[in-house]
Design a protein around this ligand. Sequence first.
Ligand SMILES: [Zn+2]
Length: 267
Amino acid sequence: MAILDSITATGQRLDHLGACEGGAGNISVLLPDDSGVPTGFANEETVRLPIAAPELAGRSILVTGSGCRLRELGSGPADRIALITVEDAGASAVMRTSAGRVFSRVTSEFNTHLAVHRHAVATGGAQFQALIHAQPPYLTYLSHIPAYQSAHKLNRALMRWQPETVVFVRGGFAYVPFEVFGTSELCDATVSAANTGASVLLWAKHGVLARSADSVETALDIIEYAEASARTEYMDLCAGGRGEGLSLREIRKVARTYGIDTEFLDR
Ligand SMILES: [Zn+2]
């Protein structure tokens, strides 16, 4: 179950970043429909999905359990992750779990994970998508400052501190106004932000949802580069704004060199 190892390593790295205190943070992976679906989960039950997702009929999603500490995934990832296979009408699913599962329900953010996976399949025919919700402290802190509460400001401010951010956070940032976690309002606001194509959806006063069509590790890389830039932005605020940062011209030069669409600078 290589994919479970990827999720485990990601949980541990998020812990090192201080981005998943207590039971915070959750990870889901939309698996390709023809391969890569783990086997070996002993229990099987039918569950109602929090939102209808007919576009995902037949597709499987791995998702972390509610209350599971991401740093403890290494103690038994299969006991902390469920395999959800969406049934035909998209209203229910078969949930497979291990005999030693330590959670009763999947993450309370599953409605939003499911909606973003559905969106990726409906709009782009996604075969694979990794979603990570984490609470990286610098990104989260910036979301409390009114001056950063827009996609425009976030992209201008955070793309300027290292060229790698431009290349690896290639879809840029989107800003999601505050909504309470686990609610349909947060779910709807997140899907709206996902329409921009952003790699990082910054949930105001809460944390981030990062996504990758390549791998769980890539979604984690995106969080690392984004958080490194937010940390430098914070340092610069504390230093009185003395850093020059990359100019818009320099950001565009990096993007041009690596074939990155800079639409995010115009959001
Ligand atoms: Zn959270």
